[in-house]
Design a protein around this ligand. Structure first.
Ligand SMILES: [Zn+2]
Length: 387
């Protein structure tokens, strides 16, 4: 009995200290949420952190611990917020699943555009040509020209929710498409594998939880290779589309700060029409220009212009195999990263940040290329130039 009495105060003290840590974690979590203007809500936080205690460099250890704890909690919060956000770039919101990440939320292939909601809130994707036929657009014959002449089908959001039932999101403020422009077809995928592609540009008003509604440009479309156009566009050697998207995205965001009303609505519509016309223009020029002229037109400061010279100068440690996509990577100066296929044909070039490169090496997505393989590839890449 005496033994137990002696230990109880010690147990109370440790329990008390642990409770205090719990309270501090709760406070820290609330503070991090507050910065995102969100109210605290029940959350499960998985914390795996390492603290070195009674260390000779105590101050540094404490600072490292504090930084790590905050970072872990921020990660957790960012993931949760992203998972809940009704606007996932490249996707529409599926009211049937109450998610923008389900299989229904993105177009099934590169020629599909968003054709509105089913009564039960499921997104409907349609081949651009059949959609044009269904809405009887007069220019549908242009889709069958070789190469196709892209044009735009513009519609207000009300038309997209016309069949949708109110209990399946027709009047929802979570994800509301104000208007959209479907543009097609244009040829994407390089000189060999160029395939018909269409894209749906949407101006969307979305609201996460109790947050204020935000206005955004949503670029919905697949590349012929199956990627999301909104992500793939930044890696394209020809940056005109990426630059256009960037500009429109900024304008829509600015319009989001303006007072809602008919005047803002008119500007939103005009901005979207302008964006669609921009895409048409890029790909009309494309179809007229020869490959040679297009290459000459390319800005020499673009990374692709350096693909061959960088390869010629690249050292032993600059060649990698990409394990996920069976392509080969050649690193050049200033973050220039060139992607070739196994036959030495240039696929794309981009400028990657040091962190990006580090990450891919770290996750072993890129593995150093063996000596003989490297020499053979180099010969194929540089040999291709002579053809
Ligand atoms: Zn769904």
């Amino acid at each position: 009995m005496a033994h137990r009495r002696r230990r109880r105060p010690a147990r109370d003290t440790t329990a008390q200290l642990a409770l205090e840590i719990y309270e501090r974690i709760e406070k820290l979590h609330a503070e991090l949420l507050r910065r995102r203007t969100e109210a605290p809500a029940p959350a499960e936080i998985d914390l795996q952190i390492r603290a070195s205690v009674h260390s000779a460099e105590r101050e540094r250890a404490a600072a490292a611990f504090a930084a790590l704890l905050t970072e872990r909690m921020e990660e957790e919060i960012a993931q949760r917020v992203a998972a809940r956000s009704p606007l996932v770039p490249g996707h529409v919101y599926c009211f049937w699943c109450d998610s923008a990440r389900c299989a229904h939320a993105a177009p099934p292939h590169s020629r599909a555009v968003f054709a509105g909601y089913e009564p039960n809130g499921l997104p409907r994707w349609e081949e651009f040509a059949s959609f044009c036929l269904a809405v009887k657009t007069p220019r549908v014959h242009e889709l069958h020209e070789e190469p196709p002449r892209p044009f735009t089908l513009f519609m207000h959001g009300g038309l997209l929710t016309k069949r949708q039932l109110a209990e399946f999101g027709a009047t929802s403020t979570t994800f509301r498409i104000l208007c959209q422009a479907a543009v097609g077809y244009f040829l994407l995928g390089g000189d060999d594998g160029a395939r018909k592609t269409a894209v749906t540009l949407q101006v969307v008003e979305s609201r996460a939880g109790r947050g204020t509604p935000a206005l955004a440009l949503n670029i919905v479309g697949r590349t012929p290779a199956g990627g999301h156009l909104v992500e793939a566009v930044v890696h394209m050697p020809d940056q005109r589309l990426a630059e256009l998207f960037q500009k429109v995205r900024g304008r829509i965001r600015d319009l989001g700060l303006r007072r809602p009303g008919p005047e803002r609505d008119r500007e939103i519509v005009s901005c979207l029409r302008h964006a669609a016309a921009g895409i048409e223009k890029i790909y009309r020029q494309e179809s007229r220009r020869t490959k040679h002229a297009r290459l000459r037109h390319r800005d020499p400061s673009r990374p692709a212009a350096n693909a061959l010279s960088d390869t010629a100068r690249a050292g032993k440690g600059d060649f990698f195999n990409d394990r996920r996509s069976t392509t080969c990577i050649v690193l050049g100066p200033r973050g220039r990263t060139h992607v070739f296929n196994a036959n030495g044909k240039h696929v794309t070039s981009l400028v990657a940040g040091g962190e990006d490169i580090e990450r891919r090496l770290h996750t072993t997505q890129w593995v150093p290329m063996p000596d003989e393989e490297r020499e053979a590839l180099k010969a194929r890449i540089l040999g291709a130039r002579e053809e």
